[in-house]
Design a binder for this molecule. Structure first.
Ligand SMILES: [Zn+2]
Ligand SMILES: [Zn+2]
Length: 145
């Protein structure tokens, strides 16, 4: 996990550079994105922000997340059958491990990834710039149930 404080600063700097307003609600959204390694959905972020800022609307959260996504400060994990999930701690392509029962999403440390990338490059001549790699399964907690 990246240092949440650095990620927070980096996202705030990016917003200011692009002359977007940095409101307390926006800071609250950004904090959750920077700190969370659980890949929250917009609804989950909204539920948390509401505790400190009861007047926040879902649209505000949605707009902030979309804005950060456009600035490449947040990575979106799209799912056809449900809410998209967001990673503001690692806003670049990395593998994900997804529990199909509880929808938990974690970032595995996959040492073979670099090897796989090199293998692809040497086999195809492609210059690999990013990837989408999702593994689906049942997490240990759900296996016990
Ligand atoms: Zn699970
Ligand atoms: Zn992630």
């Amino acid at each position: 996990m990246n240092d949440p404080q650095n990620r927070l600063e980096s996202m705030l700097t990016k917003l200011r550079e692009h002359e977007f307003r940095v409101t307390p609600q926006r800071i609250a959204v950004i904090k959750i994105l920077a700190l969370s390694d659980g890949h929250p959905s917009v609804e989950q972020i909204f539920d948390q922000v509401k505790r400190d800022f009861p007047t926040t609307s879902l649209a505000t959260v949605y707009k902030t997340v979309t804005l950060l996504k456009e600035l490449n400060e947040v990575m979106e994990l799209g799912f056809p059958e449900g809410s998209n999930r967001y990673d503001g701690n690692r806003p670049y392509s990395h593998p994900h491990l997804i529990c199909t029962k509880c929808r938990k999403i974690i970032d595995p440390d996959l040492e073979s990834l670099e090897e796989m990338t090199q293998e692809l490059t040497s086999e195809t001549g492609f210059q690999i710039t990013s990837h989408r790699l999702d593994f689906f399964g049942i997490c240990p907690d759900c296996q016990e149930k």
